[in-house]
Ligand binder design. Structure first.
Ligand SMILES: *Cc1c(COP(=O)(O)O)cnc(C)c1O
Length: 373
């Protein structure tokens, strides 16, 4: 039988998605996880005020939502002291990354990122026919100087930087980021992913400057706001750069419930403050658990702690598997130079108690690490 042929770009793509979800692993093994510490979610949940607003939004769910996310954009504009036409709302940062790549990286052009950085950017870049050039991390940080020089050498269409970073949890100062922005040609779009911005110490996020046509700042309700399942994020940028999203975005993609939940969440500063405090406490508990087991936690400006396990990639992978065997879900960086680490997201006290008792057993099962090469 014949069948429709795939379009050329799609024909050359692997049939994979950037992440294997914990639900997929649970279905494969037939075993639910006891602790969900791998997806950098907020176990502290969405604000009760946001949950109530979302429940109320169900009453009008028969209507198409507001395709302009008008009131959410107004509230975000007020929150950030910018104009609402300097904001586009989308289906999480993941969705906005896809649109940005489609808009600004033509097939055959180059997208520069860090080797082992957030994989969804690469997924979209390859999906729209661009070429990915990845710069290794330096001392567990994205290497700003080499990223900038690679952009120049490759005449890149887009460069991606997450600050704070996933998967290492490291961060650069606002001054260093501003210097990086100055070093990148005005013709290259800078995607500055600030998914963890709320967790970062003061002086990490540069002040918002919406005059630069080549900078997009990406924010999300998935992490500190505790609504990863909602699929709502936004980009901030110069008016015309933001306006370009009107050419390609999925107009009803940000649904009524997402708009209502995000609108309530942005107003609930009390809940956010509480989550930030709980996250900081959970982060130091994870670091203490790591230290008590002879492992080295790295400093983190996020809602997870990346831990140097003192061995090689195989050793770190075995530790991850030994935790999974005890039904503890974590993840690990995969790129060379980072892959001797594991990454543990903040959890509830009960989940971190489970981690504290499972980790020594995992270490015993795996044995002493061989020296990292
Ligand atoms: C979690 C994460 C995202 C995902 O954001 P969504 O709004 O849920 O799509 C984006 N970037 C980084 C670096 C992340 O870690």
């Amino acid at each position: 039988m014949s069948r429709p042929s795939l379009a050329p770009i799609a024909a050359n793509l692997p049939q994979t998605v950037p992440f294997v979800g914990p639900e997929t692993i649970e279905r494969r093994t037939g075993q639910p996880f006891r602790a969900r510490l791998g997806a950098n979610e907020s176990p502290f949940g969405a604000a009760p005020s946001a949950q109530a607003a979302m429940a109320l939004a169900l009453k009008t769910i028969w209507k198409y939502g507001d395709a302009e996310s008008h009131y959410l954009r107004l509230a975000l504009a007020r929150h950030h002291q910018i104009e609402s036409d300097e904001i586009v709302v989308g289906e999480g940062i993941d969705g906005l990354l896809g649109l940005a790549v489609r808009l600004y990286a033509a097939p055959g052009t180059t997208v520069v990122t860090s080797q082992g950085a957030y994989p969804t950017l690469n997924y979209h870049a390859v999906g729209f026919g661009a070429r990915v050039v990845a710069v290794p991390y330096r001392d567990n940080h994205e290497d700003l100087a080499t990223l900038a020089s690679t952009v120049q050498r490759e005449k890149a269409a887009i460069v991606y930087l997450a600050n704070p970073d996933n998967p290492m949890g490291s961060w650069h100062s606002a001054a260093a980021v501003e210097q990086f922005v100055d070093a990148v040609p005005q013709t290259t779009l800078i995607l500055l992913d600030e998914a963890y911005g709320e967790f970062a110490p003061k002086g990490t996020l540069p002040p918002l400057d919406t005059r630069r046509p080549n900078v997009l700042r990406l924010r999300t309700f998935s992490k500190a706001y505790g609504m990863a399942g909602l699929r709502c994020g936004y980009a901030i940028g110069e008016r015309q750069t933001i306006g370009a999203f009107e050419r390609v975005r999925n107009h009803f993609g940000v649904n009524t419930i997402a708009q209502a939940g995000a609108l309530a969440a942005i107003a609930d500063t009390g809940h956010l403050a509480q989550v930030l405090a709980l996250t900081a406490a959970a982060r130091s508990r994870i670091a203490d658990i790591a230290l008590a087991n002879g492992l080295s936690p790295l400093p983190s400006a996020t809602n997870f702690v990346t831990i140097d396990c003192g061995g090689d990639a195989h050793h770190a992978g075995s530790l991850l598997a030994a935790l999974a065997a005890q039904r503890i879900f974590i993840r690990k960086p995969m790129a060379p130079g980072l892959d001797h680490c594991i990454r543990i997201s903040v959890g509830t006290t009960a989940e971190l108690d489970l981690l504290a008792s499972a980790l020594p057993l995992a270490i015993t099962a795996v044995g002493q690490p061989p020296r990292a090469g």
